[in-house]
Design a protein around this ligand. Structure first.
Ligand SMILES: [Fe+2]
Length: 162
């Protein structure tokens, strides 16, 4: 038996809600995918006395960023809209600072990724604000990501904090 549904998305969701979720969560996905790539760049090129701990923590940042991107992207798709997270789009539209090439001492690697997280947090907080009167479930996704990124930032930044 084939079960038919009226639309690919939840019937309680209006087109305006879906469009708003896509508008605010797509930049979040793009920045998080950029953080995945740049986090691995840092993971592979960190050097120095705190190599082991920073190397490991950078991989946690990457893993969490990929999970957060998945949650945000699947919220958009669940509401019935596509998003563009192709590599060329991520490269052109992400708001993260440029990563320097080559090897770096661990203090520099930590600072680089803290700065990357801070840029992503600006985008995430824009989504939290923008979704406040639009769609609380999508806002909840953004809030969860904000909380997670702040924790990851702390676990990383503690390596260089005084
Ligand atoms: Fe690795």
């Amino acid at each position: 038996m084939t079960v038919q549904t009226a639309t690919p998305s939840d019937l309680s969701t209006t087109p305006e809600v879906a469009a708003g979720a896509a508008q605010f969560l797509t930049p979040v996905v793009i920045d998080l995918e950029a953080l995945v790539v740049n986090g691995k760049q840092a993971h592979w090129h960190v050097r120095g006395g705190s190599f082991a701990g920073v190397h490991e923590q950078l991989d946690q940042v990457v893993a969490h960023a990929q999970d957060y991107a998945d949650t945000a992207a699947e919220r958009i798709v669940a509401l019935g809209l596509p998003l563009d997270s192709r590599i060329a789009t991520v490269a052109a539209q992400n708001s993260l600072p440029e990563m320097p090439a080559g090897f770096h001492q661990w203090q520099e690697s930590v600072a680089q990724i803290v700065n990357q997280i801070d840029a992503a947090l600006v985008t995430v907080r824009t989504a939290v604000s923008g979704l406040d009167e639009l769609d609380l479930s999508s806002q909840d996704v953004a809030i969860e990501i904000e909380r997670g990124l702040v924790k990851d930032r702390w676990l990383l930044q503690a390596h260089i904090a005084h």
